[in-house]
Design a protein around this ligand. Structure first.
Ligand code: LIP
Length: 270
């Protein structure tokens, strides 16, 4: 099948909305659980079922495609298109009945992300972008905030799950917090990147993400005018993702680099 970004996006939007409804129904049920399973099991279960639905829908529409998903890894097809899927990004928010979680689906064609959707069911907001075609929220065009000095920037970030990583992230934050307007820890990287695209935050950085967390939202932020990169302009990697309007991006980058924000800190002396 043809791999025009607009067609891939249409499919991704339909699938993300359907998946979002399934997940939202599941979230509503978490509060009334019986003791036979713990809430975290239920989230893991839901993560799997949502990813399964997304896979099924994408591959029945486009049988030769490949899929990389957070829950079940990669499945390789014969076409030039690969889908990158995070069924529920922001699982801790999901578990606690909060609204900041998203279904994220990106379409990559010959190794380049050409379409992306981040559906946020609890807010009734769907963010979309195609490569070169701009970024939108519910059809409204998005633009990042004008560049501001770091000291007046609202900066989103997030923390990894391992305690060693967190200790160093706290060290980095000790330096960053007094230098910015304020910090937000939203709990979903995909939503955080969309917030930069939407002007609801000026910048964002996080260490320890995976491609399924950032792929769709990176395109959305970029198409809205943000720079999204790791250190020294390299493409995002699990080491570090930074996003902000040009100018502010460099200021944040230059603060983070000497702090070793792309590392877990100095290894203990031997
Ligand atoms: C989460 C990220 C969040 C990060 C968490 C976690 P998940 O993804 O979106 O920004 O701080 O450590 O990785 O696990 O909810 O899909």
């Amino acid at each position: 099948p043809a791999a025009e970004p607009a067609h891939l996006l249409d499919l991704a939007v339909d699938v993300a909305r359907e998946a979002g409804q399934l997940a939202a129904r599941g979230q509503a049920g978490i509060g009334v659980l019986e003791t036979k399973s713990s809430p975290t099991d239920v989230v893991t279960e839901m993560d799997r079922s949502v990813e399964e639905l997304v896979r099924k829908r994408l591959l029945s529409a486009r049988p030769g495609d490949s899929v990389l998903g957070e829950e079940s890894g990669s499945e390789t097809g014969s076409s030039e298109v690969r889908w990158i899927v995070d069924p529920i990004d922001g699982t801790v928010n999901y578990l606690y009945g909060r609204g900041e979680w998203a279904v994220s689906i990106a379409a990559e064609s010959r190794g380049e992300v050409v379409a992306g959707v981040v559906a946020i069911p609890a807010r009734g907001e769907t963010y979309t972008a195609t490569l070169g075609g701009g970024a939108f929220c519910e059809g409204e065009p998005l633009r990042v905030n004008d560049t501001v000095p770091l000291e007046t920037a609202l900066v989103g970030t997030g923390f990894g799950y391992s305690t060693d990583r967190r200790a160093h992230q706290a060290e980095v934050l000790r330096t960053v917090l007094p230098r910015v307007r304020d910090i937000r820890r939203g709990g979903s990287a995909a939503v955080d990147l969309c917030s930069v695209a939407h002007g609801r935050a000026d910048a964002y950085y996080e260490r320890g993400l995976n491609a399924w967390d950032w792929s769709a939202a990176e395109l959305i932020a970029r198409e809205a005018g943000a720079r999204v990169a790791g250190l020294n302009g390299a493409p995002p990697t699990p080491d570090l993702v930074i996003a902000a309007a040009p100018g502010l991006f460099e200021e944040l980058h230059d603060l983070l680099e000497p702090l070793g924000a792309d590392t877990d800190g100095a290894s203990p002396a031997t």
